[in-house]
Design a protein around this ligand. Structure first.
Ligand SMILES: Nc1ncnc2c1ncn2[C@@H]1O[C@H](COP(=O)(O)OP(=O)(O)OP(=O)(O)O)[C@@H](O)[C@H]1O
Ligand SMILES: [Mg+2]
Length: 358
């Protein structure tokens, strides 16, 4: 059925995770906080760097993108948004920033210092302030901590200091960072709190207005979806996914509207969305390990490595351990250690079913 003929859907895009609504209800004060701290960049002054943390799906990324959109439209501040899952080494990150700012740089065969030179030249030519969001910054810190140092170093050469917004699900990611990086980062921290059921309801209601035709959503639907999202950890994406799937089912059944029956039928299929995103980003050895754990849960690390070698080829103990640590730190797997026995301590590995945040 084409969208024109749909009795229900006005704009399905409004239910996608990338969609940026006109307003972000219940994040007004956080948006103001972000804007206020970065705003000095519009007057050639040093912006206050920010660190945003909090559980998945509660508007951290959306709030920063919201502020960046306003900056681009009204303030003359240039903004660059980067998810460091995709750019997790210093060179990749610097190249991305350079190209995002419209400065030409070859993608290959160019040293890091040359990229920095290009970037500094470009920054000197513009009299606009620049702010950069490093989303999922734990990835960058895990893979190339020096990248942050390189980024901060740019401020020595340019007149208008760059502002940085770091985002992570984890509050303590900067704890082990080198003190000199920490002190030049000088982060102002803000923790986003989960939405209440009422807040989730009003957020989903707003999205329904964007996505569905008038009268296409039966009473009680939004409450059901909001409740499901809250019990699955409070991720708005879970609520959006429920709405999207229910509307698809309603269309398949050629219904005039989305009913409770449609929602109840799809609810059990919608699980933690963030974990699926993370798993989708993981590659190579890490991905293979997850594949094994999806069929064999809670097995010893020795056993896991044996299965790994059989299925995917040999891997050294040290290399394997490194991958397990990475997956553990990303919150994808968890370890359970037995007490020291006569044959040493055993470590059991399993997938984290749902991320738990303190
Ligand atoms: N207050 C809100 N109003 C409207 N939509 C919202 C609001 N908060 C979150 N959303 C929507 O929920 C989805 C998830 O939000 P966002 O990507 O900002 O989460 P996040 O906190 O960055 O999560 P993660 O830590 O997993 O990256 C997005 O589609 C976003 O538009
Ligand atoms: Mg995010």
């Amino acid at each position: 059925m084409s969208l024109e003929e749909s009795k229900i859907i006005k704009n399905e895009n409004a239910l996608s995770m990338e969609f940026m609504p006109e307003i972000l209800p219940h994040r007004e004060s956080q948006i103001q906080f972000i804007a206020k701290n970065l705003e000095p960049a519009s007057r050639g002054r040093k912006p206050q760097n920010i660190f945003i943390n909090g559980p998945p799906g509660i508007g951290k990324t959306a709030s920063v993108k919201f502020v960046f959109r306003q900056f681009e439209e009204y303030s003359g501040i240039r903004s660059v948004y980067i998810n460091t899952w995709d750019y997790s080494t210093s060179s990749a990150l610097l190249t991305k920033i350079t190209t995002e700012l419209g400065i030409f740089v070859q993608r290959r065969g160019i040293s890091k210092d040359e990229i920095i030179e290009r970037l500094v030249d470009g920054l000197k030519k513009t009299n606009k302030g620049v702010v950069i969001c490093l989303d999922e910054i734990d990835q960058l810190i895990k893979k190339d901590e020096g990248a942050l140092y390189d980024l901060l170093r740019l401020n020595q050469y340019v007149e208008n200091p760059i502002g940085i917004v770091a985002i992570s699900n984890y509050k303590d990611i900067f704890l082990n960072l080198e003190p000199r990086i920490m002190s030049s980062l000088d982060l102002e921290e803000i923790s986003f709190k989960s939405y209440t059921l009422d807040e989730m309801k009003s957020i989903l209601n707003e999205r329904c207005k964007d996505a569905f035709k008038d009268g296409a959503v039966e009473d009680g639907i939004v409450l059901l979806c909001a409740n499901h999202a809250i019990t699955r950890g409070g991720d708005v994406r879970v609520g959006l996914e429920c709405l999207r799937k229910a509307s698809r089912l309603a269309e398949d059944e050629n219904s005039e509207k989305i009913t409770i029956h449609h929602v109840k039928n799809i609810l059990f299929t919608v699980k933690s969305v963030k974990m699926n995103i993370i798993k989708g980003n993981v590659e190579g050895v890490d991905k293979n390990i997850i594949n094994i754990l999806e069929t064999k849960d809670d097995i010893t690390s020795t056993n896991l490595r044996e299965i790994y070698s059989k299925n995917y080829g040999n891997i050294s103990h040290v290399a394997f351990r490194k991958h397990l640590n990475y997956l553990k730190n990303s919150g994808i797997i968890k370890e359970r250690k037995t007490r020291e026995g006569s044959r040493g301590r055993k470590v059991y590995i399993s997938l984290v079913k749902r991320k738990v945040f303190k």
